[in-house]
Design a protein around this ligand. Structure first.
Ligand code: ADP
Ligand code: MG
Length: 257
């Protein structure tokens, strides 16, 4: 296989419920649909990215936990998804223990980075779905990535916690990973019927500047239904507004280079 220029993107925000997993799953699927070879690494013990891509967590024998804690190779835990070109490193609930177990591990912040070296060049994109915290799992993702993508829900308190997230990115940049940049802020769950959504987008643009993606993901029931069928929105309802918006985001990401 040709060696590819792999872009590794950590999808991070220590707030829960802002659309990290939804964006990871659907953006990855949209990119794969466009012919990009994509790997999703599920780094959240909840395993929602894995199940959202059709992986049956009870049937998973090896997971990202084994990569981090037992030096199992990424290629040995990678599973194909129902979408062509889209692959998954699944997470299971045992990953919840890794946050603490990693504390005593040598080079604990760069376990993921080093294991990714084995598959760099095999994918166009690797997206890492982070848990809702700034603990060691997220630090591992930030150490391994070139890019951070921050989903932000169009709700009150959208900006809350952002400074802390950006500060942590700077810390990782300074100590572990000079190449790291926050390249994308993605506004999610936009409700066109409310003034609030519009206002939040303006506030975030003022705070974050031109890293805010032009594509804004609408709030849509179809997007929230897709995971229970183990499908990204682009498969579940290919012509829906949600699918169109995630394809548009995929185009922006490709153009960004
Ligand atoms: P996070 O990974 O940041 O915790 P999720 O992606 O799991 O957030 O999203 C939180 C909840 O919001 C989920 O139930 C998801 O289905 C729902 N959701 C996410 N994006 C949308 C959207 N654009 N429209 C409607 N519901 C959404
Ligand atoms: Mg999540």
């Amino acid at each position: 296989m040709d060696s590819k220029q792999t872009k590794v993107v950590a999808v991070a925000n220590q707030k829960g419920g802002v659309g990290k997993t939804t964006t990871t799953v659907n953006l990855s699927a949209a990119l794969a649909e466009m012919g990009q070879r994509v790997l999703v690494i599920d780094l959240d013990p909840q395993g929602n990215a894995s199940t959202g891509l059709g992986i049956n967590s009870r049937a998973v024998e090896l997971s990202v936990y084994d990569v981090l804690m037992k030096d199992v190779g990424i290629e040995d835990v990678t599973e194909s998804s129902a979408v062509k070109n889209l692959f998954v490193v699944p997470a299971t609930i045992d990953l919840a223990g890794a946050e603490i177990e990693l504390v005593s591990v040598f080079s604990r912040e760069t376990k993921l980075k080093r294991s990714l070296e084995g598959v760099i060049g095999e994918y166009d994109y690797i997206f890492i779905d982070c848990p809702p915290s700034l603990g060691l799992l997220t630090i591992n993702a930030l150490s391994a990535a070139q890019s951070v993508m921050v989903p932000i829900q169009c709700e009150y308190y959208a900006l809350e916690g952002l400074s802390q997230l950006f500060r942590n990115v700077k810390l990782v940049q300074a100590s572990l990973n000079p190449a790291l940049n926050v390249d994308y802020v993605v506004m999610t769950m936009y409700d066109a019927r409310t003034k609030l959504s519009e206002q939040v987008v303006d506030d975030v643009k003022n705070f974050c500047g031109d890293i805010v993606c032009k594509t804004i993901i609408p709030r849509s029931v179809r997007i929230s239904e897709a995971p229970s069928f183990g499908q990204p929105i682009t498969v579940f309802d290919p012509s829906s507004r949600g699918s169109i918006s995630y394809r548009s985001l995929a185009e922006e990401v490709i153009k960004h280079g």
